[in-house]
Design a protein around this ligand. Structure first.
Ligand SMILES: [Zn+2]
Length: 216
């Protein structure tokens, strides 16, 4: 478990960046909230920001599954975080994968100005590809924690968010029924199955179109 390295450095205005990443259902937000709560106990001023695109939960609170809520502020862009962070000692950022690329510069500047920045986000999208600015954020961070879920197919450690419904857009927000955590093996098998059924559907469509043109 992550233990804060040197909280007293904040008094000397030396900041740093932490990233908590992983798949859906891996407990990223819970870990973010755990760290924020510990900072609060240490009498530090904390605030969480999240992209306003994430409206799964209520507007002003980051609500994790254990209902240990911390107030948070929805923002339209990453530059808003910089403006609103003000006198915070610890800046939390949730669902960081949905922010624009400027989030990298924003986090750098916040840390340079003596703030502890804790970023939580999905490291991979539903195709298993790096998600948004997360790779860069992991690179510039002093500390990276990858949390794991459990594969719903076989019970192994899961690092992938497998999408159960097919849709064309990448930003399909994480409703529980649309995704499940999967291990590498089960994720790859699922993706193969989806590809097969896509080809089959395509062939069926082609057939019906050709069939129609013959009757015409
Ligand atoms: Zn599995």
């Amino acid at each position: 478990m992550f233990v804060e390295p040197h909280l007293n450095q904040l008094e000397n205005k030396v900041g740093w960046i932490e990233v908590v990443c992983g798949s859906m259902f891996s407990g990223k937000t819970e870990e973010l909230i755990r760290r924020m709560n510990r900072a609060k106990i240490a009498k530090q001023k904390v605030e969480i920001f999240k992209p306003s695109i994430d409206t799964r939960y209520d507007e002003v609170n980051v609500v994790s599954h254990n209902a240990n809520a911390i107030r948070s502020t929805p923002v339209q862009s990453s530059s808003e975080i910089y403006m609103l962070a003000g006198d915070c000692d610890v800046v939390g950022i949730d669902e960081a994968q949905f922010f624009d690329n400027q989030i990298v510069e924003v986090c750098t500047q916040l840390a340079n100005h003596g703030k502890r920045v804790i970023i939580a986000g999905l490291d991979m999208d539903f195709q298993g590809k790096p998600f948004g600015a997360m790779p860069e954020l992991m690179t510039i961070a002093e500390f990276v924690t990858k949390v794991q879920a459990i594969c719903m197919q076989c019970g192994r450690i899961a690092a992938y968010s497998y999408r159960l419904v097919s849709a064309e857009t990448t930003v399909l927000l994480g409703e529980k029924e649309s995704y499940e955590p999967r291990c590498r093996k089960c994720f790859n098998e699922g993706m193969k199955e989806q590809e097969k059924s896509r080809i089959k559907n395509h062939e069926l469509r082609e057939k019906s179109i050709t069939g129609k043109s013959i009757t015409n």
